[in-house]
Design a binder for this molecule. Structure first.
Ligand code: APR
Ligand code: PHB
Length: 397
């Protein structure tokens, strides 16, 4: 007989979606159990992007989780767009009534959230395997899993299941294909990202469109910088010596002003593929998808983590209304409410990606349209404001 435990909300996945949800619900007196397939060290060590919208920063502070972020994060009130060898500053704060973005790596957010959750007595089971969802169309869904690959099967009975298990997790597959529609673009390019021990070369992020491909300069700390170049997603990282990476970064990022990029030893490098993806619906019975389980954005718009937090904020409010007032309206509206904002973030991420990357499959006409778009955006206050308000994050309803 399997060990049976109960929790109001069973959460699959300890990424930003699962961890924020657990914290938000705990503050409403609703307990959760998180089941995570990776070890704590892996979850806390995976290098991902790291731009937080203003409202996410505010939320972390309101929840008492922002102390290290406020000390170690980097607050940026603008970005630089670079093309045709020229640089153009976009003053986000001035265009959006003072909103900024914060550069604080996703794994640092994860470390802070895991530590605080465990301190609060919250349950996160790391290293589980064989996770399966059952009865999501009933009032008593459950999750079966093993604590170790050869351990016994356990059952977690829930009132609701939150599928926060990323793009490859099992939750989305539980929604029958007859009621699930998926929409996607797989881009013919990827990003080669490096971490280097070097001081910051520039006070804000630089997004560069170049005929050899996109490049991005970002930061992590006064001693560590994060940089990316567009490459073929099927390329092998072994083909990229540090010297070759720096040569491309110099060519793509430097402008006519004489500014130059500071080099340092490279201590981490890898290639990621890029896609845009949305799953409709995000709810089936008592299963609610959130974050990368339901949607993916290419990283150019820096939206991935922010979208995951937006979903679970909506979900936590809906679950709170259900548990406290027996009001199911928020749960019924969850998918449609999230998708409205998600599609706008998908649009923005696609726009930034197509405008800034060199796509070898496009005609010369399409490539010139992107240059016209860039020229327009840096010279029209209206267009610049549209870019800025999307970049700092559209309002949460
Ligand atoms: N069982 C339990 N956990 C699982 C399973 C499974 N079968 N499959 C995946 N997971 C875990 C993963 O190990 C991961 O820790 O679910 C977690 C999902 O986390 P993320 O992929 O970080 O997704 P999410 O929380 O939605 O956050 C989205 O993360 O991928 C970035 O760029 C993305 O910034 C965005 C953010
Ligand atoms: C990062 O710092 O990793 C980063 C910054 C901006 C992006 C994407 C990634 O658009």
């Amino acid at each position: 007989m399997a060990t049976i435990t109960r929790t109001p909300v069973g959460i699959i996945g300890a990424g930003p979606a699962g961890l924020f949800l657990a914290h938000l619900l705990h503050r409403q007196g609703i307990e959760t159990v998180i089941l995570e397939s990776r070890s704590r060290a892996e979850v806390e060590g995976t290098i991902r992007a790291g731009v937080l919208e203003q409202w996410v920063v505010d939320l972390m502070n309101q929840m008492g989780l922002g102390e290290r972020m406020m000390r170690e994060g980097h607050f940026h009130s603008g970005i630089t767009l670079r093309f045709n060898g020229e640089s153009h500053h976009i003053d986000m704060a001035e265009l959006t009534d003072g909103k900024r973005v914060t550069v604080y790596a996703q794994h640092e957010v994860i470390r802070d959230l895991v530590a605080a959750r465990l301190e609060d007595g919250g349950e996160i089971v790391f290293g589980v395997s064989d996770v399966q969802l059952h009865g999501v169309e009933s009032d008593q869904p459950s999750i079966t899993f093993r604590r170790s690959p050869d351990g016994p099967v356990e059952e977690l009975r829930c009132d609701f299941i939150a599928g926060c298990d990323g793009f490859h997790g099992p939750s989305r597959q539980t929604i029958p294909t007859a009621i699930r529609s998926e929409h996607q673009i797989v881009y013919p390019f990827g990003w080669l990202g490096i971490l280097t021990s070097a001081p910051p070369s520039h006070p804000e992020l630089i997004y560069a469109a170049h005929e050899r491909g996109f490049a991005l300069l970002s930061t992590r700390s006064p001693e560590v910088q994060r940089l990316y170049i567009q490459v073929d997603p099927k390329d092998d990282i072994a083909n990229w010596s540090d010297a070759r990476i720096w040569s491309e970064l110099h060519t793509r990022l430097e402008d006519k002003s004489g500014w130059s990029l500071t080099e340092g030893p490279v201590f981490q490098k890898g290639i990621i593929a890029m896609r845009s993806f949305v799953c409709e619906t995000m709810r089936h019975g008592r299963l609610f998808l959130a974050g990368d389980a339901a949607h993916i954005v290419p990283p150019t718009g820096a939206k991935g983590l922010n979208l995951a937090v937006a979903d679970v904020l909506v979900l936590s409010r809906a679950l709170t209304a259900f548990f406290k007032s027996n009001d199911g309206d928020g749960l019924a509206a969850y998918s449609a409410q999230c998708l409205r904002r998600i599609w706008k973030a998908e649009r923005f991420s696609w726009y930034m990606t197509t405008m800034l990357h060199h796509n070898p499959n496009e005609t010369s006409f399409e490539q010139r349209i992107h240059l016209a778009d860039l020229d327009y955006v840096v010279h029209s206050r209206a267009a610049m404001t549209a870019l800025a308000e999307n970049y700092v994050g559209l309002p949460m309803e």
